[in-house]
Each structure stands twice: as structure tokens, then as C-alpha cells.
Ligand binder design. Structure first.
Ligand SMILES: NC(=O)c1ccc[n+]([C@@H]2O[C@H](COP(=O)([O-])OP(=O)(O)OC[C@H]3O[C@@H](n4cnc5c(N)ncnc54)[C@H](O)[C@@H]3O)[C@@H](O)[C@H]2O)c1
Length: 342
């Protein structure tokens, strides 16, 4: 974009927004100029942490400043579309926290608007920037698992219980984005079961199965009503299997040299012989780095150096379509629904 430093404004300084404020305030090649929130008390907290920022309760005022190159939106999901649309209309590169919007049709408008205006649109699919997930992606792409067959993820904890969205919309965007990123294939159906125990019509726990064009399959278990804090995934391939446990401090990834092979045995009249292989379990060294810092740096670099964004609007739209298909399936007793319908 012909500049060395990106001038950024963050809109929404709540539970997650305050992390984005810290990250953009301390990032290289970035000047965090403004922080905006409706809550004056939250703004005072941020001003105390980072005295150089200016604060405002009016995001439209911030959009009017020509010095602001990019806007980072960390408000509640229901306002992502309106603020995102106004930000793009005002000519600002725009980063929106996950999920991109509350419906796929709105996500599509944002993607088209960014394209029309020649602006970067990024969605906060944080885990696509996790060094361990990058390692898994390389492992799969280099064929070390053989043919990837299926994977399952668990994102469960006690809390945070949301009132404006269910556990599927709150927790699953991360898993859907990782599953699609790692498999690199298009989801064709989503079948989801869930139950509402704490609040009317808001699912606390969801089990969803996503099928892909090429026969791969993923199961996502998400819940805010669980005694354990688990952030784990398992990927099973034709040659080996791998687990990623984000709760482990250092040994996050384990590669299991285990597989099942089916051979034809001519000595037993061409019978099929199933053999199990139990090989080594390897704990590879994975590069470090805070995912949020890496994610924010990626956004800054993509805007300044005009590079493609990994978790771009199209990625965000794909996740939204899976979310909507899953939501419809939840209300249709687990019927498989195509994301293409949205
Ligand atoms: N990437 C992650 O791991 C992660 C984790 C948690 C939340 N999130 C996402 O971050 C977003 C925010 O979630 P949260 O938990 O921080 O919510 P929150 O309710 O704690 O914070 C939202 C903030 O936005 C402010 N706000 C709302 N409308 C505004 C407006 N028009 N102008 C200025 N400020 C406004 C509110 O006052 C509030 O302080 C959501 O999209 C959520 O899904 C991401």
C-alpha cells in the first residue's frame, strides 16, 4: 500500500477485544491510533494501559478519519455485518472477529464489497495461525499421514455461557475453520445434534459431523457445560495418525506410526488379510509463537505488502455456511444439510 506503518483502530474492547488491543498496540509496523467501545469504563482501562491511544464511543467518528488505514472489529456477532460493511464502505481494510457475520448472505455481501473496493478482509480464525496447526498442515500436505481419512475435535469447558448465541456458533467456528484448512476440501453436508439445558433455545452442547467432497469426514464436539477443559483433535490417515492437544504446555503434537493395512493373500486363496501396525510414537518439536500475535502480524503484513490473507472473507464465508447448515440440522433432528443451501 506504499506505507511502512499501518494505522489501526480497534472497535470493541470487551473480553476478546482487549487482547486485540494489546496485540496491535505492541505489534511491529503498526500504530494503534484509536480504540472504540460503547462502554467508557472499558476505554479508560485501555487508555491506562496504552496512554498513546485515542478513545471514542462512536465508531462512525473513527471511520471518518482518513489517517485510519484499517479497522479491527471485536464487537458481538450481531453487529459484525453492520460495522464491517460501514468500515469497508469507508475504504478501510477490515479485520472481523469470528464468525464473519451472523448469516452467510451477509458474509457474501462483505466478501463482494471488499473485492469491489480492493480492500483486505480478514476473519479472526485464530487457530489457523497456531504454530501447531501450521505444523499439522505441513504434515498432511507433505503426505506424512498418507491419505487423510477423518478427524475429530473437542472444544469443551465449563463456561463461558453465552446468551446471544449457542455453543455451536460460539465455539465451533474455530474447529470448522481448522478442519477445512487442514483437509483443503469443500464440506458437502453437516449433521448436528445438540441440547438446550440451561437456557431456552440455546444449545449448550453440540455434536456435529461434517462430510467432504472427497469422502473425508470430521466430527466436532463443542460445549460450555462440561467438567473438563479440553482443546484436542485427532486426525487419522492411511499411513499414520496424529493428535494435537492445545492444553499441553510443550508436547502438543504426537504422531502415531499406527495403521491398518489390507492385503490380498494368495496363499489363502486371495483372502483379504488385515494387518495392524503399531510403530513409534513421535513428539515433534513445534516452533513457538503466540497465535494471536502471529495472526495480527499476518493482517498488518498482508495490508502493507499487499499479500493474500490466509483467513480471508471466502474462508469466513465457508465457515458461516457450515454454521448455518449445522444450525438448520440442529433444529431438524440431525438431518444432513448442505452448506451450499446458504
Ligand atoms: N478468537 C477468539 O478466540 C475469540 C475468543 C472470544 C471471543 N471472540 C470473538 O470476539 C467478539 C467479541 O466477543 P467478546 O467475548 O469480546 O464480547 P464482549 O461482549 O465481551 O465485547 C464486545 C464489546 O463490543 C462493544 N460494542 C458493541 N457494539 C459496539 C459499537 N457499536 N461500537 C463500539 N463498541 C461496541 C461492547 O460494548 C463490548 O465491550 C465475538 O465475535 C467473539 O466471537 C473470539
Amino acid at each position: 500500500m506504499g506505507k511502512d506503518i499501518l494505522n489501526v483502530a480497534v472497535v470493541g474492547a470487551g473480553y476478546w477485544g482487549q487482547n486485540l488491543v494489546r496485540s496491535f498496540a505492541t505489534a511491529k509496523r503498526c500504530n494503534l491510533k484509536y480504540v472504540c467501545d460503547l462502554d467508557e469504563k472499558l476505554l479508560a482501562v485501555q487508555k491506562k494501559r496504552f496512554p498513546f491511544i485515542k478513545t471514542s464511543t462512536d465508531f462512525e467518528e473513527i471511520l471518518g478519519y482518513s489517517e485510519v488505514d484499517a479497522v479491527v472489529i471485536a464487537t458481538e456477532v450481531g453487529s459484525h455485518f453492520r460495522i464491517g460493511q460501514e468500515s469497508l464502505e469507508a475504504g478501510k481494510h477490515t479485520y472481523i472477529e469470528k464468525p464473519l457475520a451472523s448469516k452467510a448472505s451477509d458474509g457474501k455481501v462483505l466478501v463482494e464489497l471488499a473485492k469491489e473496493k480492493g480492500l483486505k478482509l480478514m476473519v479472526g480464525h485464530l487457530l489457523e495461525y497456531h504454530p501447531a496447526v501450521r505444523f499439522l498442515k505441513e504434515t498432511i500436505d507433505k503426505g506424512r499421514l498418507g491419505q487423510p481419512y477423518y478427524m475429530y475435535t473437542q472444544r469443551v469447558n465449563l463456561g463461558i455461557v453465552r446468551q446471544d448465541e449457542n455453543a455451536w456458533w460460539s465455539l465451533a467456528p474455530h474447529d470448522i475453520s481448522i478442519v477445512c484448512y487442514l483437509f483443503g476440501s469443500e464440506p458437502v453436508s453437516v449433521a448436528a445434534h445438540g441440547q438446550c439445558y440451561l437456557q431456552r433455545d440455546i444449545e449448550d452442547v453440540v455434536f456435529a459431523t461434517i462430510k467432504f467432497t472427497d469422502g473425508k469426514m470430521a466430527n466436532i464436539h463443542c460445549s460450555w457445560l462440561d467438567p473438563h477443559k479440553i482443546r484436542k483433535m485427532t486426525i487419522v490417515g492411511s499411513e499414520s495418525m496424529v493428535t494435537f492437544d492445545d492444553m499441553e504446555a510443550t508436547e502438543k503434537i504426537r504422531v502415531y506410526d499406527k495403521t491398518v493395512a489390507i492385503k490380498q493373500d494368495i496363499t489363502t486363496s486371495y483372502a483379504e488379510v488385515i494387518s495392524l501396525r503399531f510403530g513409534d510414537i513421535v513428539i515433534p518439536k513445534v516452533p513457538g509463537g503466540e497465535p494471536l500475535a502471529l495472526e495480527c502480524r499476518h493482517f498488518i503484513d498482508c495490508v502493507l505488502d499487499d499479500k493474500p490473507v490466509r483467513s480471508d472473507g471466502i474462508d469466513g464465508l465457508r465457515v458461516l455456511r457450515v454454521l448455518e447448515a449445522g444450525q438448520k440440522s440442529l433444529k431438524s433432528n440431525g438431518e444432513p444439510i448442505s452448506p451450499e443451501d446458504f
